[in-house]
Design a protein. Structure first.
Length: 112
């Protein structure tokens, strides 16, 4: 059995320059946890695979394609492959969420 303490997992470098921790990585799926501090945002980008976000803590903004929605803890957001998207923290508190990519990407995310 493998147990990962998400808050203690090592941070991984990313093109967004935000706190991202790799939690699970197999040939089938990749899971990371991102924490956006107040005022931080992911850069608008495109992933080559489907992604979903599960909000763990706080609230923020999700932009997928031309849509923009306010989201909060315990919500799941589906983001189809090859559609530009980003998440933003316009609040005064941390915004923490899981990023699940499936299948595991074999090409890099493209920042646009």
């Amino acid at each position: 059995m493998k147990i990962v303490d998400a808050l203690e997992a090592p941070e991984v470098p990313n093109p967004h320059d935000v706190s991202a921790r790799g939690l699970h990585d197999t040939e089938h799926v990749q899971v990371s946890m991102v924490t956006l501090k107040p005022g931080e945002a992911l850069k608008r980008h495109v992933t080559p695979v489907d992604v979903f976000f599960y909000i763990l803590e706080g609230e923020g903004i999700v932009e997928i394609g031309e849509e923009r929605e306010h989201v909060a803890a315990d919500q799941l957001i589906d983001s189809p492959a090859k559609i530009p998207h980003r998440l933003l923290n316009e609040s005064d508190s941390d915004f923490r969420f899981l990023v699940v990519k499936t299948p595991r990407p074999t090409r890099s995310t493209k920042v646009i």
